[in-house]
Design a protein around this ligand. Structure first.
Ligand code: AHQ
Length: 233
């Protein structure tokens, strides 16, 4: 059991926190245009997360797992009646709206976030590959691909500190998305790891879980390569 956890955690070294673009971001070296390009491109990923999670739900026969997994969808979509990108009135607006607010705080108008005009092909294809993976692989394998979030809390904390320290032209209100992930990511990855350890008990299924995490690290890294190339120093 712990051997699988150790193997999965060894994937941390391939996590996109180590991508040169993220390293420069957290060292305060990015230009305003690079930050704007990153936030506009990452929006395509954020919008796809609830679609990906709904695909996993649609393939998952386990009610107890669905009861917890469905929270990921409202975390991003918000709840009916919410304000912002997809709602109108009051209520919890969700991570997609919070990411639009991050874009506006960075200087990208709402319309330019929503219409994906800045999204480059490499980001679009990586995001599509992730959604297709979740739709077509066994649901536990798709759950395993979300385990990059085991490595997210450190990145989120370092990123939040970097934005507050170096990118002071961004209204701190716009950083709420990152603050929300500080508690949502550990909660989500704890559940995903529980599911994977419960269902991946043979060498074959352990390898499928490991390969799913490696695939997702490639998805995230490919997105950063495309953004880095589109917004060179
Ligand atoms: O904001 C992120 C998010 O909502 C998710 C969901 C999760 C998944 O289901 O694959 N992964 C993920 C990630 C988010 N933010 C990324 C970042 O660097 O801001 C990290 C990413 C992940 O670690 O997979």
């Amino acid at each position: 059991m712990t051997e699988l956890v150790d193997r999965l955690r060894s994937q941390a070294e391939r996590y996109h926190a180590a991508h040169p673009f993220h390293v420069r971001m957290n060292d305060g070296e990015l230009s305003r245009r690079q930050i704007e390009g990153w936030v506009a491109n990452r929006f395509a990923y954020q919008e796809a997360i609830p679609i990906k999670d709904a695909a996993i739900l649609s393939n998952c026969p386990d009610v107890a797992v669905r009861r917890r997994w469905i929270r990921r969808i409202t975390d991003h979509d918000g709840v009916d009646g919410a304000s912002g990108a997809t709602g109108k009135g009051g209520g919890e607006e969700g991570g997609i709206e919070a990411w639009v607010r991050l874009g506006e705080a960075c200087g990208v108008p709402r319309e330019e976030m929503l219409d994906h005009r800045h999204v480059v092909p490499g980001v679009r294809f990586a995001v599509d590959a992730y959604v297709t993976f979740a739709r077509t692989k066994p649901w536990v394998v798709a759950v395993a691909s979300s385990l990059t979030e085991l490595f997210a809390p450190d990145l989120m904390a370092n990123r939040l500190a970097a934005f507050e320290k170096y990118y002071t032209w961004i209204d701190p209100e716009g950083l709420q998305y990152f603050r929300n992930r500080l508690f949502q990511a550990p909660r989500d990855s704890e559940h995903a790891l529980e599911v994977v350890l419960e269902h991946c008990r043979t060498p074959e299924t352990e390898q499928l879980a490991y390969d799913a995490l490696a695939f997702k690290n490639d998805v995230l890294w490919a997105m950063m390569d495309a953004i880095d190339r589109a917004y060179p120093e």
